[in-house]
Design a protein around this ligand. Structure first.
Ligand code: PLP
Length: 419
């Protein structure tokens, strides 16, 4: 007789999403690359994946800082000074580089304070439920990141009313909040940039609706940290000019090439979040070597060198977007260094990714449930340390792919977005 745990696992294997993935593994065993191992990396953005050296267009280390000698030296310095981990929740004490990194992040952004979590996911599942009580309501854009959704679920489990509103629509937000009255306060959670489509949220309009309903904005700007706006400060400062009535959430993993996430805003908000974020109180912190690296990255973002670094990244993004558009592909994104090309069915998308890999270029085949069923995309992440020749090589491979396989025209994309 199998043990109850084995029977539980068998039962889970029979649930909707697991069945869907299992069927995909069975149907396309030779096309799936997600279980391949990265065996080695080189500083020129090539890596050895599944036994083949390819150019990596799947890294969100957008500025190439993972290879920067100063960032690597900061981690080494941190290990020597602090060891590999300080081994205590911040509910008891914080190491000096944690406090220094938070001051530096706040200084860079222009907020009063910042609070570092071990990831953006842990920021969202800690801060969102922490910001509301049963007298308040928590609402989010229907397309906001999964971790915001998880934050809503935790809040709901504590008796907080939550709701989603139609993507990027201030009128839908207004209607949703009217439907939820009466409440004391509301927190409105959105992404700072929708990486796949490249859209920004209408933050100024959302802010007006928020204020009418005694609400504030919570903007998850993970993709934009370090790569959008002046000095890479992100969407909020770029579109609203400041942080009044807003909490801005950023990533220390993507553009920063370190580890973690942060919530930044007023000192009072940060002080309260320290007391009300369970993921921060009951979980461990970012290890000190990575906090030393965060400090170094902030110095780079605030330095005179940053504009040239960004210009190189922006030029690379433009080169890929312009080239893919000239090929007649249905191209999305580009506001942050993520460029997606619509392919279609799951099988066609996986095949296209495999073809590019065999041509020497790794890109991510993104399929359902990350995108709607039948609307799979090739997602390409552009880095500042990609050479122009690597981007041209990827474009040549995309041209060969398009000659060999029917690919959707840009008009198909326009119809999808309008639907
Ligand atoms: C908008 C957004 N929020 C949160 C996350 C999760 O970030 P982390 O890996 O730090 O948990 C991501 C990662 O892709 C993201 O894009």
């Amino acid at each position: 007789m199998p043990a109850p745990l084995d029977r539980l696992i068998d039962a889970l294997a029979d649930t909707g999403m697991t069945r869907f993935f299992r069927r995909m593994f069975d149907d396309y065993p030779h096309l799936l690359m997600k279980d391949q191992t990265v065996e080695a990396v080189r500083p020129d953005r090539t890596f050895k994946l599944g036994g083949r050296w390819v150019t990596n267009f799947g890294s969100d280390s957008f500025l190439g800082l993972d290879q920067d000698p100063r960032v690597i030296a900061a981690i080494e310095r941190g290990v020597h000074a602090w060891g590999s981990h300080n081994g205590s929740s911040r509910a008891f004490a914080s190491v000096e580089p944690n406090v220094r990194a938070e001051h530096k992040i706040a200084e860079w952004l222009g907020t009063e304070a910042a609070l570092i979590y071990p990831s953006v996911t842990l920021a969202n599942v800690g801060a969102l439920p922490g910001l509301v009580t049963r007298r308040d309501v928590l609402v989010a854009d229907q397309f906001a990141h999964n971790s915001i959704d998880e934050g809503l679920k935790l809040a709901r489990a504590r008796g907080v009313r939550t709701a989603k509103f139609a993507h990027n629509r201030p009128d839908a937000l207004e209607q949703t909040l009217r439907g939820l009255q009466p409440f004391r306060h509301t927190v409105i959670a959105v992404d700072g940039v929708y990486s796949m489509s490249g859209e920004l949220p209408p933050l100024a309009e959302f802010q007006r609706v928020a204020r009418r309903h005694n609400g504030c904005l919570y903007v998850d700007d993970a993709h934009a940290s370090g790569v959008l706006g002046e000095q890479g400060r992100g969407t909020v400062r770029e579109t609203l000019g400041g942080y009044d009535n807003v909490l801005t959430i950023g990533s220390l993993s993507k553009g920063f090439s370190c580890l973690g996430g942060f919530v930044a805003g007023s000192q009072n908000a940060v002080d309260v979040l320290k007391l009300r974020s369970n993921s921060l109180i009951f979980g461990g912190p970012v290890p000190p070597p990575y906090l030393e690296a965060v400090c170094t990255v902030v110095d780079i973002l605030m330095s005179a060198e940053y504009p040239a670094m960004r210009a190189k990244l922006d030029l690379n993004v433009r080169r890929l977007i312009d080239g893919a558009s000239r090929l007649g592909l249905a191209v999305m994104g580009g506001l942050v260094p993520i460029v997606s090309v619509l392919v279609g069915t799951e099988e066609a998308t996986l095949k296209a990714g495999k073809f590019l890999y065999e041509s020497g270029y790794y890109v991510q085949s993104v399929v359902f449930p990350a995108v709607p069923h039948g609307a799979g995309v090739l997602r390409m992440q552009v880095n500042a340390n990609h050479a122009p020749e690597q981007i041209d090589g990827l474009l040549d491979a995309l041209a060969t792919l398009k000659d060999a396989t029917p690919m959707p025209e840009p008009a198909v994309l326009a119809a999808l977005v309008a639907a």
